[in-house]
Design a protein around this ligand. Structure first.
Ligand SMILES: Nc1ncnc2c1ncn2[C@@H]1O[C@H](COP(=O)(O)OP(=O)(O)O)[C@@H](O)[C@H]1O
Ligand SMILES: [Mg+2]
Length: 269
């Protein structure tokens, strides 16, 4: 199955520029970045560490403001946390003194709306956490905690799911399992997903399109459409097509000058 197409893009980032104020002066994190994600698309963003991936995702989520430029969702500008946007971070961020269900219901409490228990129960089953709702975070593996974070993000039924290196801290085997799970959820729900990773194989496995960011100040330097049929299975990862694509994307990332490894200016003067 391919991503469904719609009249206009679901998400439009235009001219996104971000400077952080730091003690040593302004830090240029994003530079005139443009990104368009279609409704129902699975988009992965990859790029060197520190290039501004998290900054871009937080801007899309309305969690911090851009210095200039805009983010639009279904045509409307995103200016703050948005009910149509769910977020999953690298850490599950579960409160240790609350059991799983109480963690998942916590955002509902903050918003003072009753939790959608039927939806939460369905999602818990869907991610294989049925029967674990009374457990505390310390009783769950890292993979299970991230499953709970996915349930929490989807519990409001957002149309967009933003994921910031959600499986970066998991072992390779658990990561594979989580990637299959995310693809299954995406196929069933047709959410629009923007997924950040520095694992290029993961990006190729999951995406309709892989967006490569340049070194900081980041911008989208190139888009790689990923042609493989859905649903994808792990044996795809052993094919020459994936191997070649991963290498092509790697070469694109490495061609971007990295300030971290560039020689100091005084040596090149
Ligand atoms: N709150 C902040 N204040 C100052 N600098 C920041 C802040 N957040 C990120 N940065 C800097 O902005 C750059 C981009 O960071 P980030 O978006 O986290 O990159 P990535 O997610 O690609 O690793 C980095 O140089 C980082 O140190
Ligand atoms: Mg980051």
């Amino acid at each position: 199955m391919q991503a469904k197409t719609a009249a206009g893009p679901k998400l439009v980032v235009e001219g996104a520029t971000k400077y952080y104020d730091t003690k040593s002066g302004p830090l240029h994190a994003l530079d005139n970045t443009a990104l368009q994600v279609q409704d129902g698309e699975f988009a992965c963003v990859v790029g060197p560490s520190g290039c501004g991936k998290t900054t871009l995702l937080w801007s899309i989520a309305g969690l911090h403001s851009l210095t200039s430029g805009s983010v639009r969702l279904d045509g409307d500008e995103v200016t703050g946390p948005h009910p149509q946007i769910g977020m999953v971070f690298q850490e599950a961020n579960l409160l240790p003194w609350r059991n799983l269900r109480a963690n998942i219901e916590f955002p509902f409490e903050i918003r003072r709306v009753p939790p959608d228990r039927a939806r939460i129960d369905h999602l818990l089953q869907e991610v294989g956490l049925g029967g674990f709702d009374e457990k505390f975070p310390r009783e769950l593996s890292g993979g299970m905690q991230q499953r709970a974070a996915i349930v929490r993000a989807l519990s409001f039924d957002p149309s967009v799911l933003l994921m910031d290196e959600p499986f970066g801290a998991l072992d390779a085997f658990t990561r594979d399992e989580m990637n299959l799970l995310v693809e299954k959820i995406w196929l069933e729900t047709q959410k629009t997903i923007v997924f950040i990773t520095h694992n290029i194989t993961e990006a190729v496995f999951l995406s309709d399109n892989v967006y490569v960011m340049s070194a900081r100040p980041g911008r989208i330097a190139k888009v790689f459409p990923i042609p493989f049929e859905r649903p994808r299975t792990l044996d795809l990862l052993a094919t020459k097509e994936v191997f070649d694509l991963v290498n092509e994307i790697k070469a694109e990332i490495e061609s971007s000058p990295s300030p971290a490894i560039a020689p100091p200016a005084e040596l090149t003067a």
